[in-house]
Design a protein around this ligand. Structure first.
Ligand SMILES: *[C@@H]1O[C@H](CO)[C@@H](O)[C@H](O)[C@H]1NC(C)=O
Ligand SMILES: *[C@@H]1O[C@H](CO)[C@@H](O)[C@H](O)[C@H]1NC(C)=O
Ligand SMILES: *[C@@H]1O[C@H](CO)[C@@H](O)[C@H](O)[C@H]1NC(C)=O
Ligand SMILES: *[C@@H]1O[C@H](CO)[C@@H](O)[C@H](O)[C@H]1NC(C)=O
Length: 670
């Protein structure tokens, strides 16, 4: 059945079509004629009329307005590349709902050959399978984008679609056909990959700086029977060999359980690869060696149990790596190869208990790291002279969930010199002195809901740019005097939900402070609290709003984003010794404290100004110069020393044995 579809250029048309599309998706596929012959808008005289088979909705629209732009652009936005987001030309898209094999075969021949994007949604039942051959799509050689979705559909890869740029397969099966051409004389990654993690360097030599993969010609290899059998097995594995223009490939929820480097061989343009929600258990060595231009790779929601550095070897352009929700238990220097451009690493929801030293030595440009899972608590600790975050010199954001550490010690965050944002959740009994020392750029520190009971008065020493500090919903009974001496830039302090009875007056002397949350604490009210200010305690920062100065026509001249502070009387701190009445009421009506004394300006002489309870850890070298304390020794990586001491450290950790090198059969000649 052939009919005219919709052509549109005006925004009205666009809305109409989207509504139709939604209508079509929620109801059974309707007969094509229901879409009617929409008149061509006169403002777009150059657009050709699309022929559109029944079962399909056709659109001609700016690429970014199409539903496919969502996934095409998604990952690119992740690494901040919007150069290609503005695709100026219009794209011809057909969205087809198919319920059976017959329907597909009928429809296929009527798809316009100049179609640029095709979305195939299988809506039939799971038993009544739909199989689509890639060879049957080859006549559509203008196709740039292909999306196939729907449980029960299978894509049989029997011919490369060398013209495709963007491919998305969701909840379908991918199958290779016997006649699929495989790379015959492909260059295979060789064993000569030069990177070796420091502990594998035998004898200790210079830290190798040559990371690119070396390739060797495999054509002359003699094949053993086992290799032959393995090859046979791999012929059933789908391969995108020959899809040379592919830039974005998503294979999501497709029950993929094995990966092999052959799958992605020759994808030299591939930028984004998303393999989320499959059942991948292992990354074979050099799995992505055919797609070395990858900028983003997601293997989230799979079953990866371990990671060996050869699995990701060669991805020198990679900027984002998502390994969230796998089964990785251990991270060490054997986990990652050099990823010199990696910006973001998401390792959440992996049952990692320890981060062994050296794990991140290869991520020296990474800006953001997230870890923590509900299956295993992460023990933050120091490893002799090594920190677990060593070499993350450029890290700006660190988010760690389910940390379980009795005491956060000086040195646990060593190496994070440029950190700006740190968020911890879990169980942490106490914070030791200088635990954040060296983080001169730290702006936001959030350690709430961690059960923190004890704080060294020098916990935040050396951190001088903090704007936001949250210690809310912990178990603090006491805030040491002098805790915030270094925090002259603080704008917001959150202490709500603790066991606090008193507060050092210095809190209300912070020069830039706008919010001091003190509610949900059993305050013992006394005249000491007459310095408290309701406009600081009963206030929250509202959502960020954009404010613009407008010109006479109402057009914005200049805009800025700001977070207004909003008064909220329910946040008023209350006195447990006065029946839970508001602190300010008690001060005014019950305590009659007399004149407010003039507050002393903050003293810069740290010694002698505090007379109240001593901190839990008092630094012995308290009177040494502060600058000395604020800049901890930077550890330079000297490979020889590293090796020896690292092994020494690891030997000391008998209870957590060094991860034995994985027994990898490095059979590259397949
Ligand atoms: C796939 O292609 C092969 C070869 O062209 C053909 O024999 C087979 O019937 C096709 N299968 C489907 C489901 O279209
Ligand atoms: C990361 O380390 C590599 C190799 O040691 C070096 O070439 C590169 O410049 C480093 N990058 C940064 C940002 O320090
Ligand atoms: C933290 O990990 C432990 C397992 O060690 C688990 O029982 C607990 O529920 C986790 N907590 C959170 C908040 O996820
Ligand atoms: C809080 O502290 C009290 C007394 O110091 C202790 O009994 C309680 O177990 C602590 N609660 C948590 C959640 O750590």
């Amino acid at each position: 059945m052939k009919m005219r579809g919709i052509v549109q250029g005006s925004s009205n048309g666009a809305i109409g079509c989207k509504m139709l599309l939604i209508f079509l998706m929620v109801t059974k596929p309707i007969h094509g004629s229901a879409l009617g012959n929409v008149l061509r808008p006169e403002s777009e005289p150059n657009l050709e009329v699309l022929t559109c088979p029944g079962k399909c909705v056709c659109q001609l629209e700016a690429f970014n307005e199409l539903p496919i732009a969502r996934w095409v652009n998604h990952m690119a936005r992740d690494y901040g590349d919007d150069s290609f987001l503005q695709q100026p030309t219009h794209t011809k898209l057909a969205t087809c709902l198919v319920q059976s094999q017959d329907e597909w075969q009928e429809l296929r021949d009527y798809l316009p050959t100049d179609l640029q994007a095709l979305i195939l949604l299988y809506t039939g039942n799971v038993e009544n399978q739909l199989a689509v051959n890639t060879s049957s799509l080859r006549p559509l050689n203008q196709l740039r984008t292909l999306e196939i979705r729907g449980t029960g559909a299978t894509l049989i890869i029997d011919d490369p679609l060398e013209f495709l740029q963007y491919a998305n397969f969701e909840h379908i099966r991918l199958q290779a056909s016997d006649r699929l051409q495989r790379p015959k004389f492909s260059k295979l990654p060789s064993d000569d990959y030069e990177y070796k993690p420091p502990s594998e360097l035998l004898p200790p030599s210079e830290y190798s700086t040559k990371y690119p993969l070396q390739f060797e010609d495999a054509a002359s290899d003699i094949v053993t029977y086992e290799q032959h059998m393995q090859r046979l097995k791999q012929t059933r594995m789908p391969s995108f060999f020959g899809w040379g223009r592919l830039e974005v490939l998503r294979i999501v929820g497709c029950k993929l359980d094995k990966l092999h480097w052959q799958m992605f061989d020759g994808l030299t343009q591939l930028r984004d690869l998303n393999l989320e929600r499959n059942s991948i258990e292992e990354l074979p060595p050099f799995a992505f060696s055919g797609a070395l231009q990858l900028k983003s790779l997601s293997l989230a929601h799979n079953s990866l149990r371990r990671l060996h550095y050869l699995g990701l070897a060669g991805l020198l352009q990679l900027e984002t790596l998502n390994l969230a929700d796998n089964r990785l238990e251990r991270l060490s220097e054997l986990s990652f190869p050099p990823l010199p451009k990696l910006q973001k690493a998401d390792l959440r929801s992996n049952p990692v208990r320890y981060i062994l030293p050296g794990t991140f030595w290869v991520m020296n440009d990474t800006r953001e790291l997230r870890m923590g899972s509900d299956q295993a608590a992460l023990d933050l600790r120091t490893w002799f002279i090594y920190g677990q975050f060593d070499s993350l010199n450029e890290l700006r954001t660190l988010i760690l969930g389910n940390v379980s550490t009795e005491t956060l010690e000086q040195g646990v965050f060593k190496g994070l010199y440029r950190l700006e944002f740190l968020k911890l959740r879990g169980k942490i009994h106490s914070l030791q002195f200088d635990v954040f020392a060296g983080m001169e750029h730290l702006r936001e520190l959030d350690i709430s809901q961690c059960g923190v009971s004890e704080l060294s008065m020098d916990a935040f020493m050396g951190v001088k740019r903090l704007k936001f500090l949250s210690l809310s919903h912990n178990n603090l009974t006491n805030i040491p005097h002098g805790l915030l001496d270094d925090q002259q830039r603080l704008e917001e302090v959150q202490l709500q939900g603790n066991q606090l009875k008193t507060l050092p007056t210095s809190f209300f002397r912070l020069p830039l402070v706008r919010v001091i949350r003190l509610d949900q604490n059993p305050w013992q009210c006394s005249c000491q609290m007459q310095y408290w200010k309701p406009y600081l305690t009963n206030v929250v920062r509202g959502p960020i709003v954009k404010r613009c100065v407008k010109d006479i026509n109402g057009d914005p001249l200049s805009c800025r984003h700001e977070a207004p502070y909003e008064t909220d009387r329910s946040l008023v701190p209350r006195c447990s010794n006065y029946n839970g009445r508001s602190v300010y009421y008690v001060l005014r009506k019950q305590l009659h404290c007399g004149d407010i004394q003039i507050l002393q300006p903050p003293s810069h002489n740290r010694i002698g100004t505090r007379g109240l309870p001593l901190p839990h850890w008092r630094k012995v070298e308290l009177h040494e110069e502060q600058s000395k304390k604020a800049t901890p020794r930077k550890i330079t990586h000297k490979p020889t020393k590293q090796r020896n001491t690292l092994q020494f450290v690891l030997r000391q950790q008998n209870q957590q044995p060094h991860p034995e090198p994985l027994e990898l059969e490095m059979s590259n000649e397949i």
